[in-house]
Structure formats: C-alpha cells, structure tokens
Write a protein that binds this ligand. Structure first.
Ligand SMILES: C[S@@+](CC[C@H](N)C(=O)[O-])C[C@H]1O[C@@H](n2cnc3c(N)ncnc32)[C@H](O)[C@@H]1O
Length: 265
C-alpha cells in the first residue's frame, strides 16, 4: 500500500525519514523512503524501519522482501539478498531446461532463483536446498516445491534425483576470503559469511559442487554457477577436471559471468 493512502503516515513523517536516510548516507533516500513508507503499517513502524536502514541493514531485509526477476521474494534478516546480476543464471536455466526437467537450486538462500525459473517455466520439477536453517525456512515460505536442508548434495534425495538433474543452479558463496573486508558494509555486516566466503580464491564451494556434479546431472544436463571474471580460468579447469564440457557466458549490462558445465550425453 502506498504511504499516501495510509492515514497513519503523514508527509511530515516521510520528510523526516528522507532527512534521516540522507544523513546516514543513503544515495537514493527519497526512493528508499517510498519503499519503507509503503511497507510500514504506521509511523512508529516507519521510524523503526528507517533507523534499521540508516544503521546499514539492506533495504530488502528491512521491508522483508526483494523484487527479483519478476517475482517478489520474502526475505528475513540474515538471509542473502538476491542480486540483480543473477538474472543471467535464471535466463540460462530457463533456456537450458528440457520440458519437465528436474531443476535443482543448490545453495538456494531465499529460494529466489528457483522461484524466478518456476515463474517462467511451470513444467519443471524444482528442488531447492541450503545448509543454513534460516535460509531453508525462508525458502519454504517462498516455494511450494521441496526445499531440503543439508551440506550441498547431502541435502538431496539420492534415490529420486541422482543422475536425473537437467539443470543444476549453484549460486555458491564465491567471494575470496581476502576480499570480504572490501564488500559493502550491507553485505559484510548483514549477510552471513557462510553465504559469501568461498575460501582463498573463492572457489572452494564451487569445486566441491563440480566434483560431485557429474554423478547428479542427467546426460546432457548442465551446471550453472556465477563467478567473477578473475575466476573464469580456474573455474573452467575445475569443470573440465570433473569430466564436464565447460564454457563461460557473460552479460556486460548485468556485469555477470556464469560458468556452465555440461554432462555429455
Ligand atoms: C551467494 S548465496 C546465494 C543464495 C541464492 N542462491 C541467491 O542467489 O539469492 C550462497 C548460499 O549458499 C549457502 N551455502 C553455503 N555453503 C553451503 C553448503 N555447504 N551447502 C549448502 N548451502 C550452502 C548459504 O547458506 C547461502 O544461502
């Protein structure tokens, strides 16, 4: 609901919100105040939300949702906020999934990527999984399809999914440990390090996924993972070592890079 049609929120409260957000260094103070005003139930709630935002919490965690790739995703504090660049993963997953394919969103966080794929392809059999219990319960709020909990493939029901996955989306943590202090405070202080830290070169979790991927993919199935430009060579090597055919797809507008590994037929 727009704050303007709420009796409880006055223009003066909105102006105060903008001033507080500006003072805290929010570049888009007016826009953010609009979003907060629309999410708050009254002025007391608005003030509390503005304060959380002014102290650096991601806007999406404060309002409890993110708009991602055409879907509204519920979010909770401490759950990774889906990034705009991950639209590339969604597009590739949608284009790669054969009719009726099993699609697995491993390291699903809020479940945003699977949700966005399902929104475009209602014929798929979607499974999502994450290690973090808060992420899992958030994903369960977002999805009607199964959300499993556990360490990478250990979370998945082997009897039904092993060797049957048509598209394996794995947006794993891929920030190199030494780069974590360089991330914006929003991510550093409000997203769990387990959602960000990929070890010395950022590829530890990715390597663990590729090592197992060939056993879980169907013939012709693809693994899709976001990486940085600097990781492309090492990621491609890991995919080759796992016996998959690999290539890297980029989208300069999204500033996104995805490594694709395909199991031969
Ligand atoms: C970069 S976030 C991506 C979340 C979501 N896919 C998205 O794009 O919004 C990485 C996710 O991996 C999960 N994760 C980290 N290590 C894991 C592991 N060993 N097994 C399963 N999930 C893991 C984290 O809890 C986090 O939710």
């Amino acid at each position: 609901m727009d704050w303007r049609v709420k009796t409880g929120i006055t223009p003066a409260a909105m102006a105060e919100s903008i001033t507080r957000l500006r003072a805290a260094g929010c570049v888009f103070a007016e826009d953010e105040a609009e979003v907060l005003g629309a999410a708050a139930t009254d002025e007391i709630a608005l003030r509390a939300m503005v304060e959380r935002r002014a102290l650096g919490e991601p806007l999406e965690q404060v309002v409890g949702y993110a708009d991602f790739c055409g879907v509204r995703v519920r979010l909770r504090p401490g759950v990774f906020v889906p990034r705009v660049r991950s639209e590339l993963l969604v597009r590739l997953a949608v284009a790669s999934a054969p009719p009726g394919a099993v699609v697995v969103d491993l390291c699903c966080g809020s479940g945003a990527l699977g949700m966005a794929v399902e929104h475009r392809r209602n014929d798929i059999d979607l499974h999502s999984a994450d290690l973090d219990p808060v992420a899992v319960s958030t994903a369960r709020e977002n999805l009607q399809t199964p959300v499993h909990q556990g360490d990478l493939f250990d979370a998945l029901p082997a009897a039904t999914l092993r060797g049957r996955i048509g598209v394996l989306i794995a947006n794993v943590p891929y920030v190199a440990t030494r780069h974590i202090p360089l991330l914006p405070a929003e991510a550093r202080d409000h997203e769990p390090h387990s959602a960000l830290d990929g070890g010395p070169d950022g590829l530890d979790v990715f390597r663990a996924v590729t090592a197992e991927a060939a056993r879980w993919l169907a013939p012709g199935g693809v693994l899709l993972s976001e990486i940085t430009e600097g990781q492309a060579g090492a990621a491609a090597e890991s995919v080759r070592a796992a016996g998959l055919d690999g290539d890297v797809i980029s989208d300069e507008d999204l500033e996104a890079r995805v490594i694709r590994g395909r199991r031969r037929r």
